[in-house]
Structures are given as C-alpha cells and as structure tokens.
Design a protein around this ligand. Sequence first.
Ligand code: MSP
Length: 643
Amino acid sequence: MPERFYVTTPIYYVNAEPHIGHAYTTIVADVLNRFHKLLGDKTYFLTGTDEHGDKIVQAAQAADMEPKAYADRISQLFRDLWPKLNISNDHFIRTTDAEHVRVVQCILEQVHARGDIYFSTYKGLYCIGCERFYTERELIDGKCPDHDKKPVEREEANYFFRMSKYQQWLIEHIESHPEFIRPERYRNEVLSFLRENLEDLCISRPKERLSWGITLPFDDRYVTYVWFDALINYVTALGYPDGEAFHEFWPVAQHTIAKDILKPHGIYWPTMLRSAGLQPFRHLNVHGYWKINEGKMSKSRGSVIAPLDLVPVYGLDAFRYFILREMVFGLDANFSEDALIQRLNADLANDLGNLFSRSLAMTAKYFDGKVPAFGIDSEELDLAIKRQTEETVRQYQEEIPKLGFHKALMSIWECINNANKYIDYVGPWTLAKDEAQRPRLQTVIRNLLEVNKTVAVLIAPFMPETAEKMLARLGIAKTALELRLEKDGRWGTLQDGAAVSKGEALFPRVDTTVANQLKAKAMAEKANQEKQKESGTKLISFEDFKKIDLRTGIVRHAEPVPNSKKLLKLLVDIGEERQVVAGIAQTHTPEELIGKQVIIVANLQPAKLMGIESRGMVLAVGDGTDLRLLTTEQPVTPGRRVS
Ligand code: MSP
C-alpha cells in the first residue's frame, strides 16, 4: 500500500503579480511533491489564488476594474506561470469557485451550530494591508510590522469565532507533536504567542463596508472575513466533506508558507478545524523571506530585472537549483544575481557538467558508447565510490522530509565531487593504455555511469528537465515523474550494453558579457510583451463605446453642496431634468454655470455624493483647481446624442 502525501502552498492574493517569493514556496512544494512521487507515494499537490477581501477590491479599483474581472486576470497570471516553472500541481483552486463558497458556508454552519460563533461589537486597530485587527503589543512603533503603516481605528458589530476556547487544546497539541510547526523557531514563536490569552477572532465584515466576499449563511448582511474563507481552501480542494480524496489525503496534509502568515496558519486554522470537528493538519512548514540586496523585496524598479525574469536568461533548472540550494529553509536569504551566476558556473557547469561529459566521453572512447558490464572484483577506491553514492541516497532520503533541501543538495554535490576525484585518482586514460587493465577500466567507467545515473535520479525533484536529459543520454527513456528511487536509484541498474550519447554541455558557462546580452534580450522581449498587453487592454470596440450614452445638456440650476469645497449640485436639461453632483466648485461658481452648454454621461449608475444623489457625470478635463468643462462649438439642443 503506497504512502499518502498532500502538500499545499498558500493561495496567493490576486492584488499583485507573481514574484520570486511566490515562486520559492511553490517550487519547494513542488520538490516535496516530486520527491514523494519518486518514493512511489500517492500524492496530491494544491495551489491557487485568494480572491476576496478589501485588498482585492482596492487593487481592482486602482486598475479600474470590477473585482471579479480583476481577480480573473491576476489569477490567470499565476496559473500561466506555474507550468513555466515546471510545477506539478494537481489542482488550482480559486476562492471564487462555487464549490469553495459552498464549503465555507458549510463549515461556518458547523462552527455556528457548535455554539462557537457569537455576535458582538469590537473596537480595535486594523491594518488594511493584512486585513486584520492588531493588538498594541504586535505593533512596532505603533505600525504594522509588515506594512510599516499605522493601522486605523475601527469599531464594528460583527460575528466572532470562539478561538479562545481552543487555546489550551492547541498548546497541548503543539507540545505533544513537535513536528506540527517546523522548523522549531516558528513552533516556539507560536507557543510564545499562546502564552498570552488568545482573543476571539472576528470573522465577518458588514456588507455596507465590504461586499466582495462569501455571505454568512446565518446573516446575509455580512460577508466572511477573508482568512476564515481562504484557509478552508485546503479542505475544499479535497472534496470536503464527502470526497474520497478528503479521507485519503487530509490526515497527511502539510502546508508550506512563509513566516508572514504564521499566525493564521498556526493559530486560526487548527482551532477552526477543531471546532468544525476535523483533525489537525500534520505539518506546517514555515520558511523565511527572500530579500534583495539585503532589503525587503518590492517590485523591481526601472532597469533592475526581477528575479523571475532571470528564468529565461539562465534557464529554469539553474533557477530552481539556486533558490533551493541558497536558502536554508526557515531562515531569510538574499537573492543576488552574482551568486546565481557563481553557482551556475561552479556547481552546474563545472562540477555536474564536467562529471557528466567526461563520463560519457570516456564511454564513447573506450567502449564504443556502450555501457560496459562491471569488470573484475573492484579495488578499495571502486568500492568506496559505490558506498559513498549509497550514503548520499540515504542522506537525501533523510533530509528532504525534514525540509533540509540545501543539505540534500550538498550531499549530492559531495557525491559528484567524489566521482570527479575518482576519475583524477584512477586516471582511466592510463588504464586504457594497458590491455591487461581492461576489466578494471570496465569497472571504473561503469561505476562512473552508475554515479551519473543516481545523481540524475536524485536531482529529478529539483531539476526535472536536467534529470530527463541526463537519463536519456544514459539510455533511460523515462520522464522525471515516472522515476522510482527504489528501482531507478539503485546501484547497478543500468543496462549492460545500452547505448549512451555524448551531446552538448548540460550547462554552458555564463560570463558577465553573455549574461548581459541575454538579459538585454529578455528585457526587450518583456517590454515588447507589456506594450502589446497594454495596447490590448486599452483598446475598446466600437460596440463598447456605443454603450456610453453621452448627451448635450444645459445647466439650469447650480448650488453649492453644504460642507463640501469641491462639489456643486446641478440641474441639467438633457431633454429631461437631471440632478448631477460635480466636483467643479474650485473652478466654477454656480452663477457662471447657469445657461452653460455641457456634455454629460447620461447612463452612469446613480451614486450618492455627500448624501446627494447624482444621476450622471459632467465631462471635464483635469481636476481640482485645474479643470475645464467640455462644451460644444455652437449651441445645440439639449439631449442630443454625442457620437
Ligand atoms: N492570501 C494569503 C494566503 C492565504 S493561504 C490560506 C497571502 N497571500 S500572499 O500573496 O501575500 O502570499 C504570501 C506568501 O507568498 C508567503 O507566505 C510566501 O509563501 C510567499 N512570499 C511572498 N513574499 C515572499 C518573500 N519575500 N520571500 C519568501 N516568500 C514570500 O498571504
């Protein structure tokens, strides 16, 4: 019976395009998933997007789009990116999926029925960026530590989840399951947080303030707080409550996140599960931040190329290798392009690339490109190389489940370096000169090919393309996902006499000049794509334009709006009388407007400005104190259509 394995990434907010941070977590989950497939386990790998809440509404507004259309666009960017990074996810979930909405409501009902939800008023400090209330203690200099902004005061009648009821249970669970939150520093962080009294969690938002969310099943004046909604994705995707996958995979669930979202995952989620009568997940894997030039990551500026843009420049596998090798899981790491180039040249082009090309070249030269059978009983050096390789396989299997990705890679590279040294010590070219040494030469070359094959199998979760390329040249036609460690990673399993082929270098060396040329090309391509995308989104069809009902009008009446410096209330004749509120008080007096010919958008949805209904919009250029009204060249009858 194969073991089960279930891994998730956070579902990413659709308020920003994907960057290296998202890529790292998703590649880590991918490596774990591929590793478990290599072990022959039955696996499930989930990623997706988090689409409700204030943040998304704000981002959509800034882009002048409806939240759903905006979410569709950004979610698609994530969905399109993952195959380019060779991510092997089984499902991509969106919190706007109808199935997810149903499951969130079902869990809310369960928690409510258990008496764990109550109605109350709360006043506190709220960070819009994090979409949550903060306690004074959590702030640094009165500011949100993640956004470096002062939270705003907010008071609201809302629904609360009795999180405090499960505090003691959670402490005991963490203490009795040392691997529940890992590495240990984050387990300690959560435990130290739990030393203080846990407050209940506000899980609703009144619709008048935020309507972009999942309606509470027991009060339709409210939507669900985005975290209560989002966390549930991890069970929705498995078909909770009745799905077979849920019963199969939930007991082995592991979530992979960065430290920014430790509290919702380490505290809200296990208590929510407990209240809903579900068992806790098995592991929460928490990593640190990627920084750029030792600073916090932000969008790439000007000519600085963003880390993800380096993928086409240096190749996907070099990128995947670098981020997994460079970051110690749990600690912060610095992203530097120089370090990437250095690793690419030293570890990939030199160590791995040389071992592979030397081994294949000697097979071609001495054995006509065919895998030689093992020769005579081996000498100590020959036995040592086998022992060391098997030890690497053992360490690798021990390290990856403990999230020691860099250690697993270090161990593989030790094996590579040993094999390179083995070539130098033994000097197969000397053996080749003496026919009597032929059996030993066979053993040496066969050993080298076996090391290369084992290395290819072990790197498959990290660098699937390279693994496949190496194996194909060793005469093994398998995809990375078809490999099984027990069989394919075992010493001696190459086919005697199988044809090997030399081919090009696995990783060409990169120098600064080449890198700069490649980058210039990649940046030009990107700029071009963006230009095309922009013009594509800015163009509208004539049909769309015709949907805007523009009319000529004459202002019949104008008066200031009380308590507003900017607004005037106008009555405009457009064949019928229209009340329009316009932000033109800083440039126009009511008197000078009477009788003026204007153009108005007549089919705009009505809106209230300072409590006064406005049914249309006056067209103008500029704003504030620099504003001109649009008018016609000659007087025109009111109500004529503008086209
Ligand atoms: N939508 C929530 C998660 C809900 S999960 C039920 C969210 N989204 S997010 O888009 O902000 O993604 C946060 C995650 O992105 C981090 O936990 C981490 O996985 C990844 N990273 C974003 N920036 C990062 C770095 N600078 N470094 C490493 N990973 C980071 O929070």
